[in-house]
Write a protein that binds this ligand. Structure first.
Ligand code: BMA
Length: 826
């Protein structure tokens, strides 16, 4: 097999033009019209100010791409497109190869007799998906006119969020968005390889079911070769194929198991399947495989039915977040950007991401990173929040190819834990008023929904990937239209905090079996705001700030909730800072509660990890990869050993939660102290936890102390510290009044900066309590070992960051900016 890439990087000359015009302009493949126009200076940056509105015409127009390349045909030739976005007609040397209507599919056209020796011309005409969807929706009104998305997006198999979302712009990309290549074969090719692993008594049987496509009667032999992660040992077998199929297997004794992040290593075996005819290799497939078992255990228990992921026999509390496409224009995502996001998730002790159903089946690079970093995936199929035309046979046929292509592409991956039908459609039918017995279209679609997500899709998935659990919808109870958000069974999306304007304390009333979405927004950091808003727009309700807010009156919601906890900030940068602190506090409040109840709750995925453009949103990492306060908080609240305080007025309960698979021993030291550091009462408790246990360590009543004087509550705090031997692991601070009512004074923050090799070291002290201390280096995107932390008087908090490239210590000192809660209002 020979493969010839037709990307721009392989010297193929690509040009593009708006259909019906004469001007061919240079194009990049893979790429898209928006990014090509941007590179040429033909459109303004749609992420800046309200430029998005000025470029709407791009997706309303038709576009044409032309690539000229050399080829030397021979044997069997195919043109293979891994991703055309979306409604395309493909012509090679003037001959029409076919049409496409699904950006998630791989298309393969035989080109024998069409491909020429020497120069060839490929033309791809893209019709406007926006216009197509509008037309379809006018004929069959499935999607309402909302501010969130362009109408009719459900009629085309294209990332739903491309048409706009409550955190994303309406900028549907157009173009050749994934690899495009020529494939050349002699006599046969591997049409399908299904790699499976079976674990039994400490041995893994790794099998490969092989299906070949052949063009002559040669004798075919399939080979399977597995190499250990350190490359030292190989296991090999081969099999002459009878007909076109065969099954090979090797047995691996004492396998090195793959573990989710935090539970062990991620050894990956090299697996190669090849197909030979008379001693020459016809085709070859190489992948990396982690060996592990993963089950979703659902068993009746005291609260209903459990929902626990068990990996290699260990019940693993899932700590994670929801993943959305990381750029509105996905073709400019670099390996480094992907890695930054996955590594950041791993650094904050996350072990699961949910690929949300409003985006797309990700790039191979993404899954490679998840395999490497031990990030399990809850994988939605791409349907979200709207009614889709599941009653149409052509639509279902299109989906059959889509599911086939993507499940086959991904099923060998260690990282994938679960396939899930869709995002929030079940809730739509059950709770959002979609169901209407008087509307024949709705009746039809409701039946079609049930048929597809409870019968057709699970059958396909089971056939393609029998080793993984399937779940009909997120959120769902696994019973059609029955209580999709039930606390008794299945997963839950909890949005009363945020959309319902409930206080963070409402999280503690919720005991889901698995929380797959909950979230609270913040503004991004000022450096990011400055990329889209000029200083004159730095106001929460300015036109531009509201343009970069897609969740209704989200900016108002943030301010309203802020007034529950904090004093109104003194200026706009303080508002950005405080919104991030508010978000971090809210999500911490929920996660700590659910982790304390891990015997009942089996996971929390906060909404959302990342952004696709610079915007106010629920993300913990913004579009530019900057960690918001929430991401630092996640590093603390997802720590393997969690110290948390359940504050109930004057009563403070201290809990320690362990995700370790071995018993753990340590101590909690606690104190009631004044803001300036005077200890009023203190104590120490030994902690001894069984593996994976969460326990209440002590319960302390401070009624007498805090009512000693009228103002006492405002002057004291409760502090708990967690130690393992003399090693300090964590500090947690709880207050008896909301932060806004604390009698904070100028904390006198002092930072000593030093250097050790490539690290800058910061030692922070204060003479009175400094809450949510933020360190920043002006002009560098530093990520600190911790940030937005409390500094107690008389203590020293040490954090580090990698010295920005080429910086001296003197530059670090000069660029250092420090603020705390006090500075947000004073
Ligand atoms: C859920 C998600 C997304 C949405 C988020 C915030 O509904 O599934 O559709 O962006 O909440 O509203």
């Amino acid at each position: 097999m020979k493969s010839q890439s037709l990307s721009s990087a392989s010297q193929v000359v690509w040009t593009f033009r708006q259909a019906g015009t004469d001007e061919w302009m240079p194009a990049t493949v893979p790429g898209g019209v928006h990014t090509d126009l941007l590179a040429l200076g033909r459109i303004p940056d749609p992420f800046v100010a309200d430029n998005e509105l000025k470029v709407q015409w791009v997706a309303e127009a038709d576009w044409e791409y032309r690539g000229v390349f050399e080829a030397s045909p021979g044997g069997r030739m195919f043109l293979v497109a891994d991703g055309l976005d979306t409604l395309a007609e493909v012509y090679l040397n003037g001959q029409r190869l076919g049409e496409t209507e699904n950006m998630f599919r791989t298309y393969r056209w035989p080109v024998d007799g069409i491909l020429r020796s020497g120069q060839n011309e490929l033309r791809i005409l893209f019709r406007s998906a926006v216009k197509y969807c509008l037309k379809r929706n006018a004929e069959k009104p499935l999607t309402p006119k909302t501010g969130m998305s362009l109408e009719g997006s459900v009629f085309v198999r294209k990332a739903p969020c491309h048409f706009g979302w409550d955190w994303g712009p309406k900028l549907p990309p157009i173009g050749i968005w994934r690899d495009l290549r020529l494939e050349q074969y002699a006599s046969a090719r591997l049409e399908d390889v299904h790699l499976r692993q079976q674990h039994r008594n400490g041995t893994v049987t790794l099998s490969a079911a092989v299906r070949a496509e052949r063009w002559d009667n040669v004798h075919l032999v399939a080979h399977l070769k597995v190499t250990t992660p350190n490359g030292r040992r190989t296991y090999e077998t081969h099999l002459p194929l009878e007909g076109n199929q065969g099954q090979l297997a090797v047995r691996i004794r004492n396998p090195q198991l793959w573990w989710p992040n935090g539970y062990g290593e991620q050894p990956l075996y090299d697996v190669e399947v090849s197909l030979e005819a008379e001693g020459t290799v016809q085709d070859r497939k190489q992948v990396k495989m982690g060996l592990r078992t993963v089950e979703l255990v659902r068993e009746p228990d005291a609260w209903g039915e459990s929902f626990t992921f068990v990996v290699n026999g260990v019940p693993v509390f899932m700590k994670g977040s929801d993943w959305i496409p990381a750029d509105s224009f996905p073709t400019r995502m670099s390996e480094a950007q992907y890695e930054h996001l996955i590594r950041s998730a791993a650094e904050s002790h996350q072990n699961m991401l949910r690929i949300w159903g409003g985006g797309f089946y990700e790039d191979e690079r993404f899954y490679d990173l998840c395999d490497r970093y031990g990030m399990l995936l809850w994988h939605d199929f791409m349907f979200a929040c709207y009614i889709y035309p599941h009653d149409e046979p052509e639509f279902i046929e299109n989906l059959r190819h889509e599911v086939n292509d993507n499940v086959r592409r991904l099923r060998h991956r260690a990282c994938i834990a679960l396939w899930c039908g869709n995002n929030e459609m079940e809730q739509g039918w059950a709770d959002w008023g979609w169901t209407n017995p008087n509307d024949p279209l709705r009746v039809l679609e409701r039946e079609a929904y049930e048929k597809f997500f409870y019968h057709t899709l699970p059958e396909w998935v089971h056939e393609l990937d029998p080793d993984r659990p399937y779940w009909p919808s997120s959120a769902s109870s696994n019973v059609p239209f029955q209580a999709p958000n039930s606390p008794e069974r299945g997963d839950m999306h909890y949005w009363d905090v945020w959309h319902g304007r409930k206080p963070f304390t409402a999280y503690r009333q919720q005991f889901p079996r698995f929380m797959s979405e909950f979230g609270f927004q913040s503004l991004p950091p000022m450096e990011t705001i400055a990329t889209y808003a000029d200083p004159e727009d730095w106001n929460m309700t300015s036109y531009i700030m509201e343009h970069h807010q897609r969740s209704g009156n989200g900016n108002g919601l943030m301010v309203a909730q802020m007034t529950d906890s904090f004093r109104l900030p003194k200026d706009f940068p303080s508002l950005s800072y405080l919104s991030m602190v508010l978000q971090a506090e809210g999500i911490r409040y929920g996660v700590e509660h659910w982790r304390r109840n891990k015997h009942r709750v089996s996971g929390t995925l906060y909404w959302q990890l990342n952004d696709c453009w610079p915007v106010a949103s629920w993300s913990s990492i913004d579009y530019y990869g900057r960690w918001k306060a929430l991401h630092y908080a996640a590093k603390r609240f997802y720590a393997p050993i969690l110290l948390s305080i359940e504050d109930q007025g004057a009563l403070m309960e201290v809990h320690v939660t362990s995700d370790l698979t071995e018993p753990w021993q340590g101590q909690v030291r606690w104190a009631l102290q004044t803001l300036d550091g005077e200890t009023l009462r203190s104590g120490e408790v030994a902690v001894s936890l069984a593996a994976l246990q969460s326990a209440k360590v002590c319960s302390l009543d401070f009624q007498t102390e805090i009512e000693a004087t009228l103002d006492r509550k405002r002057e004291v705090i409760f502090v708990a510290d967690l130690y393992q031997g003399e090693k300090h692991l964590a500090t947690s601070v709880a207050t008896f009044v909301p932060n806004k009512h604390l009698k904070l004074v100028e904390p006198g923050l002092n930072v000593q900066v030093s250097r050790s090799g490539k690290q800058a070291i910061f030692e922070v002290t204060a003479h009175s309590l400094a809450r949510f201390v933020e360190l920043k280096l002006a002009g560098a995107d530093a990520i600190f070992s911790d940030n937005y932390f409390d500094v107690l008087p008389g203590r020293k908090v040490q954090v580090t960051c990698v010295l920005p490239q080429g910086w001296t210590l003197a530059q670090v000192k000069k660029a250092l900016r420090v603020q705390s809660l006090y500075h947000s209002f004073a």
